[in-house]
Design a protein around this ligand. Structure first.
Ligand code: DX5
Ligand code: ZN
Length: 214
């Protein structure tokens, strides 16, 4: 089953409840981008916003940490209701204990890589991941152009996951729209993050359904 995860970074923060409503009604997952201005050159939002969304969210919250020292904040994001938490392989020396920490806090653990990191760098950790997040733009900003090479990367990763008989969904994030979504799904992606294409659409429901292939 394909899941669509609108990125709340592209929401209208003055009218956040309308964006929350869009996800609650038509999509599957809230994708929440946390940026610290250090790991990436941008700052997004933090706990007060996540807590506000949590109060009304009827779909699971997926926290994408683009921060240094992710291990410091995992317990707090789990406590405010994140059911999926991912962090960047580029942000840590040894992801194993951090993946364990996420799971011990009751959330699904995901590892993320930027487009310039070989997918093979994830292979040693696949057994300990509940999902993988492949960036299809460089982490840090919404509204960037989809990097086409991502499709081959999804296929390579999918083949390795299937070869080992693992159940590890692939999530893809950045520049996703109804045009490139079918290519990602065909290559083996199961969770599609989409910010601008959903929230800049005049008809978010149709855009979400189009990405599902409906
Ligand atoms: C980029 C974020 C993405 C981004 C997606 O650093 O991780 O989740 O908000 O937004 P669009 O769909 O606009 O590329
Ligand atoms: Zn993201």
């Amino acid at each position: 089953m394909i899941q669509i995860a609108p990125s709340m970074l592209a929401a209208d923060f003055l009218h956040l409840s309308e964006s929350v409503e869009t996800v609650n009604k038509y999509a599957d997952i809230f994708h929440l981008d946390i940026m610290d201005g250090m790991f990436v050159p941008n700052i997004s939002f933090g706990f007060p916003v996540v807590e506000a969304i949590a109060k009304v969210a009827q779909k699971p919250m997926d926290v994408h940490l683009m921060i240094r020292h992710p291990e410091v904040y995992i317990e707090r994001f789990a406590a405010v209701g994140a059911s999926m938490i991912s962090f960047h392989l580029e942000a840590c020396h040894d992801p194993e204990p951090i993946l364990g920490l996420v799971r011990n806090n009751g959330a699904k653990a995901g590892l993320v890589i930027n487009p310039d990191k070989p997918v093979e760098s994830l292979f040693p950790y696949l057994e300990n991941c509940d999902f993988i997040l492949l960036m299809s733009v460089f982490a840090g900003f919404g509204g960037q152009k989809f990097i086409e090479e991502t499709i081959v990367r999804v296929r390579t990763l999918r083949e390795e996951i299937d070869r080992r008989g693992l159940r590890c969904p692939i999530e893809v994030d950045g520049g996703i729209n109804p045009q490139n979504a079918p290519l990602l799904i065909e290559a083996g992606a199961e969770i599609l993050v989409a910010g601008s294409s959903v929230f800049r659409s005049s008809d978010p429901e149709s855009t979400i359904n189009a990405m599902r292939g409906l």
